[in-house]
Design a protein around this ligand. Structure first.
Ligand SMILES: [Zn+2]
Ligand SMILES: [Zn+2]
Length: 233
């Protein structure tokens, strides 16, 4: 039985990559589209962006690609970043008071410089992490069911950071924990085997042994596991 709230996660099990990374990316993208399309001039959003001094590098790239490919305009980003630039100019200007007349400016105290640092995290990161957390709880809740276990076995499984978080969430649910834990060790054993075989077959004396498709994908699978899955948008 799949409820509406868990539908995204259920569907992501049938696609490649970590299913929680996938729903996380979907939530981030939805938020980013909404922001560019409807909330560029929203005062609450603007205050939040001033506090985080914009977006992290990964989400700037997402926003730029959305602005160029889907929304057809960089105007929203120009408006946001013009405000951020203006705000930083003002704050930098206020560091040295009163305005110097002669000679170099006297450097301000460290605590004044610390006040220039962002006080909030990138808002798209926050939305993504909350979506991931919600879905990890759905997963742990549903994993004792046979339907979910079968779909899970056919999926690519969790990336490292979502696996570690899922184990923590499942710690109070012995059945879900045991399933996830055994499943993770099985997947890691097979990943390690593929990597070891790939390495072994690079040796000159083993050059005639064909590298299987799974072995050839070993590095890709291992890096996706350790770093998390991305759709490449
Ligand atoms: Zn993940
Ligand atoms: Zn971010």
């Amino acid at each position: 039985m799949v409820g509406l709230a868990t539908l995204d996660l259920w569907e992501s099990l049938r696609q490649n990559g970590c299913p929680v990374c996938r729903v996380q990316e979907k939530a981030e993208r939805r938020y980013a589209v909404n922001l560019l399309w409807e909330n560029v001039n929203d005062p609450g959003v603007r205050v939040r962006l001033l506090a985080s001094q914009g977006f992290c590098g990964a989400h700037v790239r997402l926003l730029l690609s959305l602005a160029d490919r889907e929304l057809g305009s960089r105007l929203g980003l120009a408006i946001i970043y013009e405000h951020l630039t203006r705000d930083l100019i003002r704050r930098l200007g206020e560091l040295v008071r009163p305005a110097r007349v002669f000679g170099p400016a006297r450097p301000p105290a460290q605590r004044q410089l610390r006040r220039l640092l962002p006080t909030e995290e990138c808002p798209v990161c926050v939305v993504g992490r909350e979506a991931a957390e919600r879905n990890l709880w759905f997963l742990v809740e549903n994993l004792p069911s046979a339907d979910w276990q079968a779909a899970w076995k056919a999926s690519d499984g969790l990336c490292r950071s979502h696996l570690l978080r899922a184990l923590a969430v499942a710690a109070g649910r012995p059945e879900a924990f045991d399933f996830l834990w055994q499943d993770a060790i099985g997947r890691l054993e097979s990943l390690r085997h593929n990597l070891a075989e790939f390495i072994r077959k690079q040796a000159w004396e083993n050059r005639d042994e064909p590298v299987s498709a799974a072995e050839a994908r070993g590095v890709e699978a291992a890096t996706a596991f350790f770093a998390g899955w991305k759709s490449g948008i």
